[in-house]
Design a binder for this molecule. Structure first.
Ligand code: GLU
Length: 322
């Protein structure tokens, strides 16, 4: 498997938000880390809108996220790729996997899975699929999910922040879904197809996706696609340790407090931005960030408490410039 090491190809990074709500402190951290690392390596930074799950999306969130990023000073170097426009590509890869990788139909109900399955890998929310339909695929292929059979192999990779990683896919994850019962393509398929399509050489994102990476590497191997390098930052957490998210009540970041917020995000990422910059013009913060960013300073932690400012104004009060 080809690993795109430095120099082999020009650096191309990306930020890939799901438009389930406005940008919050946790997603700003992922945007900032991917942006600054791309700039430090003289590379391109792309935004990909992962709008492939309409039931989970919030109307207007995609535009809101892009306007918020712009208000903070981050704009995609290339036109934004919308996953909602990529169904034909996912369908093509899904079909190829059906023909060449043993992708199989599964009609197990959620309840039967909960009852039969073992606990998943650490950081992995889903249960391990027990292989029921792999042994006895359903005759009727309507109203089914599609699973990729995994091999009994150890997937290893070196994460630039979290260090050496290894996951035994068969034991810790099991055969995983690439197309859901409702017909929608799964994140794991879309992300792999699109990272390759966009020529992404370096994936920088939150540690909540660290446990998904071996599945993505396995899928890259199956599809004969190059493997990008990976860097997983700590995620912002609440005092109780839960990840900051729309579900846990994360407030949108407020462009009216851009310097303070960006300063907090830099400190969160281990970059010692001088305290006076929290109230300086945004351009002064960016100057400091470009001159001093060092990925090696990002703390090797899965999560860190979000700074107090992440509880900004309520969602409907945040003004994002049009
Ligand atoms: N869309 C995913 C999310 O918002 C991130 C995907 C990725 O960076 O690979 O959690």
């Amino acid at each position: 498997m080809v690993s795109l090491s430095d120099g082999a190809r020009a650096y191309r990074g990306r930020f890939a938000p799901s438009p389930t709500g406005p940008l919050h402190f946790g997603s700003l951290v992922a945007a900032l880390a991917s942006y600054l690392e791309a700039r430090a390596r003289g590379g391109a930074w792309l935004v990909r809108m992962e709008d492939l799950d309409p039931p989970r999306e919030m109307p207007g969130a995609a535009d809101h996220i892009l306007r918020t990023l712009a208000a903070f000073g981050m704009e995609s170097d290339e036109p934004v790729l919308y996953q909602s426009s990529r169904h034909a590509a996912y369908a093509e890869h899904w079909q190829w996997l059906r023909e060449h990788a043993g992708l199989y139909a599964c009609n197990c109900s959620r309840a039967s899975l909960r009852a039969a399955a073992g606990a998943g890998a650490p950081g992995e929310t889903g249960p391990v699929y027990p292989g029921t339909c792999r042994r006895r695929p359903p005759a009727d292929e309507t109203d089914v999910a599609w699973r990729l059979p995994v091999d009994d192999v150890l997937i290893r990779f070196e994460d630039a922040v979290q260090g050496p990683q290894a996951q035994q896919l068969a034991r810790e994850v099991g055969d995983f879904v690439l197309r859901r019962r409702d017909g929608l393509f799964a994140y794991q398929l879309a992300v792999v197809v699109d990272d390759a399509f966009q020529g992404i050489t370096h994936v920088v994102r939150g540690s909540d996706l660290l446990a998904s990476t071996p599945r993505q590497i396995f899928l890259q191997q199956r599809l004969g696609l190059p493997r990008p390098d990976y860097l997983h930052t700590p995620v912002a957490t609440l005092a109780g340790g839960e990840k900051l998210s729309k579900q846990t009540g994360a407030r949108p970041v407020d462009p009216a407090r851009a310097s303070e917020t960006l300063h907090a995000a830099l400190c969160f990422l281990g970059q010692p931005a001088p305290v006076e910059l929290a109230h300086a013009p945004l351009s002064a913060l960016w100057d400091w960030a470009h001159a001093h960013w060092q990925a090696a300073r990002i703390p090797r932690e899965m999560g860190r408490p979000a700074p107090p400012l992440s509880s900004g104004a309520p969602a409907d009060m945040v003004q994002v410039p049009r």
